[in-house]
Design a protein around this ligand. Structure first.
Ligand code: PMP
Length: 401
């Protein structure tokens, strides 16, 4: 049975990619963009670009207004409410680095930072490097067989020495929702700060950061169908107040002479230099578009496609799924076949999937794998895309085995 995507035509690149013979199944790396975003970028550039927060002239005021409207929109999207704020960065990676440098003064030797075994390098390396700079211990929470952070182990490993917990909401390799409420509660029992990597989670459903109760929540616009070059850092006011400034320059300063300076609080104090103005405005337009969709229908469509993907992979001899993916993506390996060879043959057939370690090298090492293939879905995919993938996979495996 053909499962069409009612939103496919809203994404002009999908038809163009199809014309080029490409089936795009790599949305967890970056998503294609809706026409609503492309129109907003064009409007901004055609009507007159201007810098934000510093110009007294009309184009500057309009740009600042649109930029701040987007900030409010992102705040509403996450239900940041009165108790939190949105800082724009240049991506999720910049947001994690901001946190690791901005919080550095909070740590003394032998304090513990807790991450999990499935973290993306973006939510591992900034903490690993901070631990090295300050002589801290980096504690790694193990996973269970389904790819979930093991709560029994976590309750042993998160303790009085834990000063910060940084974990993913949805794994970019295993496609599993992590047990965040229980983990955050454990950390909060010990007064540790909590950081959630929402880079994959934010793309699926709506998440309420106040209900979640984390101190910080991070994501990148480009995976949420928005422009690249824009990251979001949500922080609760009391947690944001603990950050030290980390990048210095225009916009973030209150007063300075040659020798001394004072700085703005969040958010502007953490947005040094010209921010990605068009991108932030474009993210606002993307959220307008996403907000206009029937969330339930999107959820059901993605779930139906994911089931097709999972079932098809499970039916094939010698194909092994990594963990038990719940939505959006599936990673797999094939007995006796190197993932790079398979990726090569899929690429030759116009199937755009991702191969390798998926920026989670320690996770792949712990599974004793040199790499894996990952198929990931966007709301514009349809069942024909999945069929193309399986046709390509079967042809490739016929050649390789
Ligand atoms: N965390 C997760 C779970 C991700 O999937 C990614 C992107 N692959 C990132 C963080 C980093 O995002 P970016 O490269 O946009 O900074």
């Amino acid at each position: 049975m053909f499962l069409p995507s009612p939103w496919r035509a809203d994404f002009p690149a999908i038809a163009e990619l199809q014309r080029q013979g490409q089936t795009y199944l790599d949305s967890a790396a970056t998503a294609q963009k809706p026409q609503a975003l492309i129109d907003a970028l064009t409007r901004y550039y055609v009507n007159g670009a201007a810098n934000v927060h510093r110009a007294q002239h009309m184009p500057g005021m309009l740009a600042t207004q649109a930029f701040e409207d987007s900030r409010n929109h992102v705040g509403q999207w996450l239900n940041a409410g009165e108790s939190g704020q949105i800082i724009f960065t240049h991506g999720a990676t910049s947001a994690f680095n901001l946190l690791a440098y901005g919080l550095e003064h909070e740590f003394v030797a032998d304090d513990e930072i807790v991450v999990s075994a499935l973290e993306h390098h973006a939510n591992l390396l900034p903490w690993q490097q901070l631990a090295q700079r300050r002589g801290l211990k980096l504690i790694v929470l193990p996973l269970d067989a389904n790819g979930l952070i093991d709560l029994a182990a976590a309750s042993q490993l998160i303790g009085p020495k834990t000063r910060l917990l940084a974990v993913s909401q949805l794994s970019n390799v295993l496609g599993t929702w992590q047990p965040l409420p229980a983990l955050l509660k454990l950390a909060q029992t010990h007064n540790a700060l909590t950081v959630v990597d929402g880079a994959q989670g934010v793309v699926h459903g709506r998440h309420d950061v106040q209900a979640l109760g984390c101190d910080f929540y991070v994501f990148s616009s480009h995976k949420l169908y928005g422009p690249d070059g824009v990251g979001v850092l949500y922080g609760r006011h009391d947690a944001l107040a603990r950050l030290h400034h980390w990048q210095f320059g225009g916009e973030m300063v209150l007063t300075t002479d040659f020798h001394q300076a004072s700085f703005r609080p969040a958010p502007l104090g953490f947005e040094a230099g010209t921010p990605p103005i068009a991108g932030v405005i474009g993210l606002g337009a993307t959220l307008d578009y996403l907000g206009s969709l029937d969330q339930e229908a999107v959820f059901e469509h993605e779930a139906a496609l994911h089931q097709l993907l999972r079932d098809g992979l499970r039916q094939r001899d010698g194909v092994h799924l990594l963990g038990a993916p719940q939505l959006a993506l599936a990673s797999f390996v094939v007995d006796g076949v190197h993932n790079a060879d398979l990726a090569h043959l899929l690429t030759e057939q116009g199937i755009a999937v991702r191969a390798g370690h998926h920026c989670a090298m320690p996770l792949l090492q712990s599974l004793d794998l040199p790499g894996a293939l990952r198929v990931s879905l966007g709301l514009y995919n349809d069942s024909e895309d999945i069929q193309h993938f399986f046709n390509g996979l079967d042809q490739a495996l016929d050649l390789l085995r």
